[in-house]
Every structure is written in C-alpha cells, then in structure tokens.
Design a protein around this ligand. Structure first.
Ligand code: ADP
Length: 392
C-alpha cells in the first residue's frame, strides 16, 4: 500500500482552549481523493493544517511519505513544497498586488531563478484557466477567480499533494462544479487531493474515501457509501445522507434488491431503476459520443462542425478544453459529470461531443466501455482526431 500521509494517534489543544483533536489515526494513499467531512467546529481545518506542518500535534505523529514530519524551518520548507495548502478564505492567502506576483511568491521563496519562476507561474495560471490575468490586482477578481489564484500559487511549486480547505465555500453551484472538476483533473494527473467540506452531495460522488469527523474524533471512515451510509452517524455529525444513497436505501427497505455497488450518479440510479422495472428505458438505437482531443491539432473550426449537426450537446472536460470552447465561441451544455451526462443522452438516442485534453481522453473510452459492459448497451465512442488531424 503506497501511503503518502499518515496520522498516528494525534492530539492537539489550542492555547487556553478545549482540545480540538482528540486522538486521531488514519492513512491516505498516494493518488487518492479524500473528503474530510464534518460540521463546523469538528476539527477539519485544524487537522488539515497538520498536513503541511502549520500546526504541530501536542502528541502522536504525523508522517509524510513514511517519514515523521520535522518542524525545523528547512524541513518545513521542503514539506510545503510537496504539500500545497489552499486556505478556505483566499483573501487570507493572496498577499501580492498582482496575480503574477502572488503566484510567483512560492517559487521565488524556494529560490527558483527568474526564468524558472516565469515558467512555473505561466504553467500554474494556465492550469487553473487564468492565463492573461497576470497583471490583474487580485482584489478585483471574483470569489471563484481568487480561489483559482490561491490554487495557482500552490501549483506553481508542483506539489505531490493538494490540501484544500472548503474549496467551494462562497462559490455558486457552477463555480463549485468548476473547482471540483479542476481538482479531479489534477488528481487524474497524479496529485493526491484532500478537501474539507460539509457538503455531502459534493463529497459523495467525488471522493474515493471520506472521513467523517465530529468533535475532534473520527466517526466513520471508508468509501463514500460506507462513510455516509449510516443514518445514525450522519445525523450525529449534523449532516444528511446523500440523496442518491437515500433513494437506494429506501428502495432496499421496500424490498427491492439493490446492487452491491451503490449509485454514485444519476446514471447509476437509472441503471438500478431499469433493472427493477425489468426493462430498458433506452431507445433501441443509442446515440454516439464523439471525442475531440484539444491537445491535438485541427483546422476545422469546431463551431462549424457542431452547427452542422442537429441536436448535438457539447461537454468539456478539463481547463484547456473549456478554454478552447470559449475561444471558439462554442456554448457548452455540460462542464461537470460530462461523461455520465453524455451516456444518459446516448441512452435517449441523442448524440454528444466531448472536448477533452489528451490525459483525460482515455477516461471517456474506459467509462463508456465499463458502462456498456455492465448494462449490455452498445454506445459508440468516436475519436475525432486521434492522429493529428482535423475533425471533418
Ligand atoms: P472545522 O474546520 O471543522 O470547522 P476547526 O478545526 O476550525 O473546525 O475547529 C475545531 C475546534 O477548535 C473548534 O472548537 C474551534 O472553536 C477550535 N479552534 C479553532 N481555531 C482556534 C483558535 N485559533 N484558537 C482557539 N480555538 C480554536
């Protein structure tokens, strides 16, 4: 098991205050997406701040990459290069007068030369979709953009692990989806991602594992349907059972057999309902899903290609795909949960186009194939530009 972070019976009390962390042990594997979930005051922020050494436990041990964290200045500097921490409130993290200077702060602190700083900043801003924002004063940006600047500041140091305290606080639903999708993309590229949240609907489909925290202790830990599946624990933690899981539990209570793998998406739920109805809700001829890899060249304007097809929905996965859509003035129907939404359309006999980057293109094929195998449906995935060619 490739463990990147481990807590061994850690405890912490703020000066002149009650104990905030009361003996917590857990481990996180490299490449996992973890949601730390609990009500206000549960200890989420305190715990997260231990991951990059900002808070030192009074007792117990925090280990990063199998080594106990050391708290001297030089060790902490090394640790903070590898563990990027994004605060809940970006106004507390963003300190410089321009976006460029703010994102450059970390690499400059690590002693990068000017050229390396420029490269790191350019890459990080592109990563979060803020290319062109270099000279902007951060205080003039929207809440979502500020969160992205704070994230870029961390990404500029190319950390192995991202720790994001309440990534969606203060964002509207579409801004929240954008940030979660970006975290998904970064995870897909190999980064371990840990978030804190009290939004169970957000954590349930997103996380590989969830840790439920209450009053400085772990209440429950596991894959999301286990972590959120016990109504008593969920109630104790002032949370609610995710809607999809609740519907599945209710069907089970009414005597309808439920699959072992609990529904994590509307697509999963539709599959269960079809099974119960003993008939398929799909049309006899499923629609197709075309995939355009925006990292590969094309000459044909995509908008032209799209407008030549009737009733086609377009989804984009990843920052570069969304940017490409915006450059080409292409209206996006889906920007989150794109693959499942396109499968649902295909089941209704409708076609879709997914714009994606090279690293996520394979994911479309894998997900659609897995669905088809499980459901016995045949949905065609059509790669438009597998060889550096334009979609015709
Ligand atoms: P969460 O992030 O889950 O809302 P916190 O980690 O912020 O929880 O807080 C855990 C506990 O520690 C709470 O009881 C809170 O009042 C207390 N606490 C947090 N920060 C401080 C602080 N700076 N000084 C004293 N107590 C604090």
């Amino acid at each position: 098991m490739n463990i990147i972070l481990e807590a061994r019976n850690i405890r912490y009390r703020y000066p002149q205050s009650l104990e905030a962390i009361k003996g917590i042990s857990f481990h996180i594997r490299r490449g996992e997406k973890i949601a730390l979930v609990g009500p206000n005051g549960a200890g989420k922020s305190t715990l997260l701040q231990m991951f990059n050494g900002m808070i030192r436990p009074d007792s117990g041990t925090m280990l990063f990459d199998k080594e106990p964290i050391r708290y001297d200045t030089s060790s902490l500097r090394q640790l903070r290069k590898r563990v990027g921490y994004v605060l809940q409130n970006p106004d507390r993290q963003i300190i410089a007068p321009t976006v460029y200077q703010d994102v450059a702060f970390g690499p400059a602190n690590l002693g990068y030369d000017e050229q390396a700083i420029q490269q790191a900043v350019a890459l990080a801003l592109r990563r979060v979709g803020l290319k062109g924002f270099e000279r902007r004063p951060p205080h003039q940006l929207s809440g979502g953009e500020k969160k992205r600047v704070a994230l870029a500041g961390v990404l500029a140091m190319d950390p192995d692990m991202l720790v994001f305290d309440e990534p969606t606080t203060g964002l509207d639903p579409s801004g929240s989806e954008d940030v979660m999708e970006l975290l998904d993309e970064l995870n897909h590229e190999g980064k371990t991602v840990i978030i804190s949240t009290h939004d169970v609907e957000l954590a349930y489909p997103w996380a590989d594992r969830a840790i439920l925290l209450l009053d400085g202790r772990i209440l429950q830990e596991g894959v999301p349907d286990v972590a959120f599946g016990n109504p008593d624990y969920v109630r104790m933690a002032h949370l609610s059972v995710p809607t999809l899981l609740e519907v599945s539990q209710e069907l089970g209570r009414r005597g309808f057999a439920q699959p072992e793998r609990k529904p994590r998406s509307v697509l999963d739920m539709i599959h269960i309902i079809e099974h119960l109805l003993n008939r398929s809700c799909s049309t006899s001829r499923p629609g197709t899903i075309s995939v355009c890899d925006v990292d590969r060249g094309w000459d044909t304007p995509l908008a032209t290609w799209v407008s030549a097809r009737q009733n086609l929905a377009v989804g984009a996965m990843g920052t570069s795909a969304k940017q490409r859509a915006s450059q080409e003035h292409l209206t996006l129907d889906f920007t989150y949960g794109v693959i499942d939404k396109c499968i649902l359309r295909a089941l209704r006999g409708q076609d879709s186009l997914i714009l994606t980057n090279s690293s996520m293109a394979g994911r479309v094929v894998t997900r659609v194939e897995a669905y088809c195998q499980e459901s016995g449906t045949a949905i065609s995935v059509i790669p438009l530009n597998t060889t550096n060619q334009s979609p015709k």
